[in-house]
Design a protein. Sequence first.
Length: 393
Amino acid sequence: VRLQSMQVSAYDLAVIGGGVIGLACAWRLAQDGAAVAVIDPAPGQGASYAAAGMLAPVTEIHSGEEAVLRLGLEAAERYPAFVAELEQSSGSAVGYRACGTLTVALDAGDSAVLDDVADLQRRLGLRVQALTGREGRRLEPLLAPGIRSAALVEGDHQVDGRCLTAALQVAAERAGAVVVRRSAAAVTTRADRVTGVRLDDGTELATGAVVLAAGARCGDLDGVPGEALPPVRPVKGQVLRLRVPPAYRPFLSRTVRGTVRGFPVYLVPREDGELVVGATQEEQGYDETVTAGAVYQLLRDAHALVPALTELPLVESTARLRPGSPDNAPVVGPTALDGLVAATGHHRNGILLADVTARAVAALVRDGVLPPEMAPFAAHRFQTRAMTEGALR
Ligand SMILES: Cc1cc2nc3c(=O)[nH]c(=O)nc-3n(C[C@H](O)[C@H](O)[C@H](O)COP(=O)(O)OP(=O)(O)OC[C@H]3O[C@@H](n4cnc5c(N)ncnc54)[C@H](O)[C@@H]3O)c2cc1C
């Protein structure tokens, strides 16, 4: 996918999908001087629209996902510089808050789980502070009186995902990228190489390479051989937005998370008074309906952590589909189809990983190789596995 080896075409690159990942890629590629088209009928309205915007590699750790942790830590460290550059380039704020994250335990069982996670975090050299319930309530006075213990991760921050996506679109356009508000129906090829994209109205865009960043719908494209399509599945997330009236602020000063009857729940307070309460994680295919059961469960569980929540206006309920890969890690880089680059599979961490992904895609286009931090997430890891499994069968 080197630029210099591309055919002369209307665009050097087409990015299919204008979510946080596609727009971030388009911005970095356009900054490198490429002529870029972003194809999306509704940019910013996919999973990126739902995201709570937590930048939480340490709190999100699950054992066995150490490679994702390392990538997330690197992304989190670079985030302030990324935000500063993006705000400068777009002229708009993205709501970055270095507020920290407090995970709370309601009972002895939760408390034991919290201790285990804190042990793992410390073993990996991560910074986490164990607190008693009382210390937790001193930090967040609206926490339920029964909170048993808590863990504070000062380094896990947040950003407003909608502002971020909008700013990325402005920055990408200012850098020369063109947003085409149509669906991509197919990738066109000649002699096993990408030649362009056919839109849903039949128009064909000639392009030297295609970045596939269509989120949960990456598998939905004609013209691409099956083995080149990134193996992503839709993972439904339902999330609520409440508003904290000025008289009640700050309400919460940092992100609060916990597990209630086995269900994880979080509350993310924005500077502007928005309070995001999320999120379900459901394997329901392409279903994007908001269900009464999910709204009930999210409010019930958030109420168990912060009882005063029921006083707040509920302003929005949203369901969107996260792009999940078989190992729930990103899928980035060259695919089995020459000229097709995958940039997807970010599952629960696409906001956090947007810039680190975009830089990797830009480096790939520039230098022909993925940078080392992205190597564990190369798209061909699944093709290799599929080929090996095929050979063994
Ligand atoms: C409830 C919820 C909470 C989340 N919270 C967080 C969080 O706190 N922190 C975090 O880092 N991440 C979070 N995430 C995950 C994050 O939102 C995703 O990882 C990220 O948005 C993925 O971005 P994307 O650009 O790949 O996909 P999307 O945002 O879904 O964008 C894909 C785009 O592709 C377009 N598209 C699809 N098919 C086509 C086609 N054929 N032609 C043209 N365009 C097409 C769609 O219109 C869409 O705009 C959350 C997700 C959910 C659902």
